[in-house]
Design a protein around this ligand. Structure first.
Ligand SMILES: C=CC1=C(C)c2cc3[nH]c(cc4nc(cc5[nH]c(cc1n2)c(C)c5CCC(=O)O)C(CCC(=O)O)=C4C)c(C)c3C=C
Ligand SMILES: [Fe+2]
Length: 435
């Protein structure tokens, strides 16, 4: 009988193949469940709580996982996971602050524990931990889980590592449209979790939070979502909560300059950030009540693309999402086809001295505000080798005159240094702590 891919059993498919094998050799969650009651394996692996959870399961070999559960992404590698892969259906973004008395040694130990836990979780295994596993993700495969770790500006002072702080972590400049909540901004440490299954994502969140106890405390947490795999007939670019296809003109891994735009080069400063990247996070609330009153043709002018299929307004009726935008294109009346303040014109690399970033965002909905408006929008996450040559110039330009900005409120902001990936047997940030 088929089993899903685990560290012990490989059943590769194109989408399930990790780019590199993961190190932890913990028991597969489904294998543990299937073997419950047999030779006490489950009790050993899960502790008392997990063993109790598993006793009702039949001692049968696990059946094949459905597509969503099978997909496994490697934890170890040149870059951390969660940057270049398509954003998953469920995401959690969390910032932690070190607790009083926790310094460099404690932080390094935490990153070591977090890396072990993340590697196991991403392989679909029961994570090692100081407490018995919660069992939240029992039965499920890896489900494309990724866990990504970053360091905020304040981390370096608190750990005596100020001399190693990247210059790129200078605070972002203020923008006129900012209405930032400091309690939901910044932070010493950042964890980005994504998975195509909601319990798998929450399981990771709890496992990582529990490992932090005594060293770091959650400062803020935001949860988001994207379309579930399989919801469309074929994989499509995501839509945001304004209904637009969003992500079309992202840099592609096949672009000649992709690596240079997104990742810090070897030989870059500081040395420990080689192969790392900088993540800018903005919680951007959408004024959906206002937006939804705007007629379709005007909504399309705001962006510069058709809503139905994402084709640029500079293309004719046969244009598609992938038709290149012609910023000089004119309508029959001689007007610019993509308006002077259209979002795609204002943000295009051509109008920003080549500035580009990889956008990998999650939508969010956190209920309703006192006035009845949805508290909903975009957890905008932008990846770049240098925020001063990616996010900052583009946001400055948006601030000065972008048709979309009047429907948006930037409510939280953070910037994190995300080091390169961990080697097998190593941990994220090792070069910072030990280099
Ligand atoms: C500072 C950078 C950006 C912010 C903030 C931002 C917010 C934001 N964008 C959309 C919707 C769309 N953005 C699109 C394209 C696009 N956006 C940015 C940058 C920021 N967006 C860039 C660099 C680009 C690509 C420009 C290009 O090269 O053509 C699009 C069009 C489709 C696409 O290419 O992705 C949409 C739609 C929202 C809703 C939003 C804040 C909530
Ligand atoms: Fe945008």
């Amino acid at each position: 009988m088929k089993r899903h891919r685990t560290a012990e059993s490989a059943e590769p498919t194109e989408s399930a193949e990790p780019t590199a094998p993961t190190a932890p050799a913990g028991p597969s969650r489904r294998r543990v469940l299937g073997a419950a009651g047999a030779a006490g394996t489950a009790g050993l692996a899960l502790g008392a709580a997990g063993g109790a959870l598993a006793t009702s399961a039949a001692a049968e070999p696990p059946t094949a996982l459905a597509t969503v559960g099978r997909r496994r992404i490697a934890f170890h590698g040149t870059h951390q996971p969660g940057i270049t892969e398509a954003a998953q259906a469920h995401g959690h973004l969390l910032a932690f602050d070190l607790v009083a008395g926790a310094g460099r040694k404690e932080a390094a130990a935490l990153l070591r524990r977090w890396s072990r836990v993340a590697g196991a979780l991403m392989a679909g295994e029961v994570p090692p931990g100081r407490l018995p596993d919660t069992g939240i993700a029992l039965d499920a495969g890896p489900s494309a889980l990724t866990v990504t770790f970053g360091f905020g500006r304040t981390f370096f002072d608190r750990t005596g590592l100020a001399a190693h702080r990247p210059a790129a972590l200078e605070p972002l400049p203020p923008f006129s449209a900012d209405a930032l909540d400091p309690k939901r901004s910044d932070g010493d440490l950042w964890v980005q979790i994504g998975a195509d299954d909601a319990p798998v994502a929450f399981h990771a969140l709890r496992a990582l939070q529990r490992e932090a106890a005594g060293t770091a405390r959650v400062r803020w947490q935001m949860s988001g979502f994207n379309r579930s795999p399989g919801a469309t007939a074929a994989p499509r670019t995501a839509r945001n909560l304004m209904g637009q296809i969003d992500g079309t003109n992202n840099p592609r891994e096949t672009d000649e300059d992709f690596g240079r735009r997104v990742f810090v080069p070897a030989g870059g400063e500081p040395g420990w950030m080689a192969d790392g990247s900088y993540a800018v996070l903005r919680r951007i609330r959408m004024l959906l009540d206002d937006w939804e009153r705007v007629p379709l043709a005007d909504q399309e002018k705001v962006i510069g693309r058709r809503k139905s299929d994402g084709a640029p307004l500079s293309a004719g009726p046969d244009g598609t999402e992938t038709t290149p935008v012609d910023l000089a294109g004119r309508t029959a009346d001689g007007e610019l086809a993509v308006a002077a303040d259209a979002h795609v014109r204002v943000t295009a690399p051509e109008t920003n001295g080549g500035a580009a970033m990889l956008r990998r965002s999650f939508s969010y909905h956190d209920g309703f505000r006192d006035d009845g408006a949805p508290d909903a929008g975009l957890l905008f996450v932008a990846w770049q080798a240098d925020p001063l040559r990616g996010f900052v110039p583009v946001q400055r330009k948006l601030d000065r005159g972008d048709a979309l900005s009047r429907f948006l409120r930037h409510e939280a902001s953070a910037l994190f240094a995300v080091p390169g990936g961990a080697e097998k047997g190593g941990y994220v940030g090792q070069r910072l702590f030990e280099g």
